[in-house]
Design a protein around this ligand. Sequence first.
Ligand code: CA
Length: 235
Amino acid sequence: MSIKKEFIVVVEDETDIREVLVYNLEREGYRVASARDGKQGLAMIQEKQPDLVLLDLMLPGLDGLEICKRLKGDDQTSSIPIVMVSARGEESDIVVGLELGAEDYISKPFGTRELLARINAVLRRREPQSDKKLSQRIDCAGVTIDVGRHQVSVDGLPVSLTATEFKLLHFLAHHPGWVFTRDHLLSRIMGDDNFVVDRNIDVHIQAVRKKLGAHRNLIETIRGIGYRFKERNES
Ligand code: CA
C-alpha cells in the first residue's frame, strides 16, 4: 500500500455507495471524511479544506450543484478540486457543474479502478496552467503542435488549420483527459476580442478531426457533455 497524504471529503447520501467509496479510498492510503447530506458536506469542506471533494449531485438539503457553486464562488474553497458523482441521465447537470468549475465527473456505476484513476488524475493536475503558460510544443501520437510557428503536423506532414481550429486543438491538447463543455470551448476560441466565429463548436471539432486524419480519435466526443483530448497513456 502506498502512503498518500491527500485528504478527501466524500459527500454521498446513499449509505452503501458512501461506505464503498470511503473503504476504497482509505485502502489506497487517502485520508477520508464523509458527509451524508448537502449541508453537512458543505460545512465539512469549508471547515476541513480537503485536497479533493467527491460530490454526489443528487443530495438531500443542498444538492451537489449548489455546493459546487458555493465552493467555486468562495476564495477560501475555489481551488479545491471537485469530482462530481452522477447517475445516468444527469448529463445536463454535469455540464452545469463543469461550467461552475468542477474539475471532473464520474458516472455511477463505476469501478474502483476507474474511480481511483480519475482522482489521481485530478490531484496530479491540480493547478491547470493558464493560457499564457501553454507550452510551445505538444507532441502526441503523431500529432505535433508548434505554437510559435502556428503549425500542426500529422505524422510529419504539415496540415493547414484556420486560426479557430488551431486554438481549439491547442487548448484541448494542452489539457489531455479534461472534459470541456461546448460553451467552455466556445469561450476559449472566441477569446477577448469577440472575434466573430461560427458559434457551432461541433463544426470546428469536425473540421479539426478531419485534418487529424488517422489520429482523429484523439478528440473524443463525450455524449451529452462535450469533448476531451485523450490522455497520453490511453490507447
Ligand atoms: Ca444521491
